[in-house]
Design a protein around this ligand. Structure first.
Ligand code: SF4
Length: 212
């Protein structure tokens, strides 16, 4: 895809979702980091329900570390994968306290040293709370980008690199949110609502399905 066509897609997304943003609830870097770790294979709505109680009990890394692991497992159980997530939350809290004075580090590399924090989580944190442009590729960004033809990628890593090449850096963070909004509302995994989609004229998947 050309940069010109990518820009046309971004322009439409800007009209559709001018206020696209993270749908996880958070008030500081610590809360966003914990919420994103919990969001693996879980909806943001459910994570928000769980973190509402969790952040009252554990408003910072030190207090999170003080919650017994069994209690923590119980609190986060609705998010699924609760044993692994509880272990990662504890280990992450410990590293924040020991190595970062209880604060969340503001670099991508440092964040990725924390247990349960991979490329996507690090990208979400740096872009949302530290203002560093990044395109976090989750299942929605991967699917919508490939369907539209913004990328032709088999992995999330390839998708991120190709999106970085074709989208202006100043728009990376916004585009990430807009692609997620579109994936959740219109371009759903099983039944994309192409007949109602404002991007159909620019979409490779749609053109192919019409031909077929
Ligand atoms: S036209 Fe269909 S496949 Fe393409 S972006 Fe819209 S909903 Fe998704």
């Amino acid at each position: 895809m050309t940069k010109k066509k990518a820009k046309e897609i971004i322009d439409v997304l800007d009209i559709l979702y001018p206020d696209a943003r993270a749908e996880l609830d958070y008030t500081n870097p610590y809360e966003l980091l914990i919420a994103v770790i919990l969001s693996a294979q879980c909806t943001d709505v459910r994570v928000n329900m769980v973190t509402k109680d969790l952040f009252e009990l554990a408003p910072d890394a030190k207090s999170l570390l003080e919650i017994p692991i069994e209690v923590l497992e119980n609190i986060i159980k609705p998010c699924g994968l609760y044993r692994t997530k509880a272990k990662n939350l504890h280990l992450t809290a410990e590293q924040l306290v020991v190595n970062w004075n209880g604060e969340v580090p503001n670099s991508h590399e440092a964040l990725k040293t924390l247990p349960g924090v991979g490329q996507k989580t690090a990208n979400v944190v740096v872009s949302n709370v530290f203002g560093i442009p990044a395109i976090a590729v989750d299942t929605h960004v991967f699917r919508v980008s490939n369907r539209l033809g913004l990328v032709k990628a088999k992995t999330v890593e390839e998708t991120e690199l190709q999106l970085q090449r074709i989208i202006e850096k100043t728009h990376w963070t916004k585009a990430h949110h807009q692609l997620i909004f579109h994936g959740r509302r219109v371009c759903k995994a099983r039944n994309p609502n192409c007949s109602e989609c404002a991007l159909s004229a620019l979409c490779d998947y749609y053109k192919k399905s019409v031909k077929e």
